[in-house]
Design a protein around this ligand. Sequence first.
Ligand SMILES: Nc1ncnc2c1ncn2[C@@H]1O[C@H](COP(=O)(O)OP(=O)(O)OP(=O)(O)O)[C@@H](O)[C@H]1O
Length: 451
Amino acid sequence: MSAFYLDSNPVPEVIDSSQEDLIVTNRDGIIVKVSRQSGLHYNLSAEELLGASVYDLEKQGIFAPAITPLVLKEKKKVVVIQETPAGSRELIMGFPLFDASGDVEFVVSYSYEWSELQVIQGHISGLEAEMASLREELSRLRKESVDTSGLVLSSRPTLEAFTTAFEVADLEVPVMIYGEHGTGKATLAKEIHKRSGRSGQAFLTLDCRTIPEALFERELIGDGRGHAGLLAVADGGTLYLEGIDRLPLHLQTRLAALLKEKKYRAGDGSELTSFDVRFICSAEGDLGGAVADGEFLSELYYLLQIVPIELRPLMERREDLSMLIPLFLDSFNEKHRKERELSRELFDGLLNLPWPGNIDELQNVMERLVVSGRERVLVPDDLPMEYRLASPSALSDIGLDGRSLPSILESVEKRVLKIAKQRYGTTTEMAKQLGISQPSVVRKLKKYEGK
Ligand SMILES: Nc1ncnc2c1ncn2[C@@H]1O[C@H](COP(=O)(O)OP(=O)(O)OP(=O)(O)O)[C@@H](O)[C@H]1O
């Protein structure tokens, strides 16, 4: 808009040498300023336009329609398409200039020739086509790094873990999978089974972390009175023992004996039954260390630890994380019939969170975002409260230096209450979300009132 300027002069000054098509009218619709180009499209000279009334020009069909009356009415920017007597179509943009008391004093209108717009439009279409092909490329790349079973294997450690798993899948050897909670151990175990010669038979899981000690053996070998054990049901297939490192020593001894003998007696007096089961186990802790500390039976360790595979924590798998985020977004959008998108800030924020609960936790947060986000484009404020506070930047502006812990905690509490109040509105909802009583919320709000 270098074509005109306002100075101390009460009327906007239009520079005569302007290549632009500008017209200024006063609040009565009288044209008070024009640029040299103005009038060209109306088969009039700039001089003929000056002093004319836009209402008259509209009546004569020259301004079809006139923009000034529309801007005066709307008191804001208006855009119209004019058909000019010269046969061209013009896009006219008009905007108001206000006087000190807030009334429209002048209307400035600015026209673009349709053909110019078509050039711009052509450029935009080109950009759009480019965007579409980039989008396609991105989605192809995403699909390539997500294998046919929907697994993300983008980071080097994950790819190495799964490659080893696929290589040994068809070998009749036990596999020991190490990894924190939610890193994909069960998923990996199932993949091994699926790609093994046992895939036509059962894949069963026994969670050594949660099974009551008294039931462990019964669960494995049955009771000889109708309750079939997992070893019988999984015969010919695979048994996945989750959290083997949490199995008490006396049960480790029993398991080692079973593995060595490959036979069991399900109940008193029953016959010896042999079994053909492949074992895949998982452990969170370091089994070698547990053997050294006498907490894990070395005999069992050597029976099970033939092929060790490690799944790293999600925070060390950034490439996986950046693929898992859109993957979960898409799948929860589909599940909940939403069309959420992530803002750049939120995406970066998600990449930088520590994810102690790994993929399980990420999945949970993505579903919460999709379900409870407020707008189509999700922003960091849509994150559940505990994640907004967990981000490193959340604490950066609380001055820590030289302050006592109670005073720092007060600042944090005050911040939490402020965010919760904005987000949840009522003290009842705040209490529910923060896990404290409603009177306690009221008391705390009062405490920080005006502070
Ligand atoms: N490579 C992967 N790509 C995509 N999703 C995955 C991948 N690995 C795991 N998941 C998903 O992450 C979630 C957690 O995986 P899984 O249950 O296998 O972890 P886990 O380590 O066995 O957990 P836990 O220790 O709690 O039993 C599941 O929903 C699973 O589908």
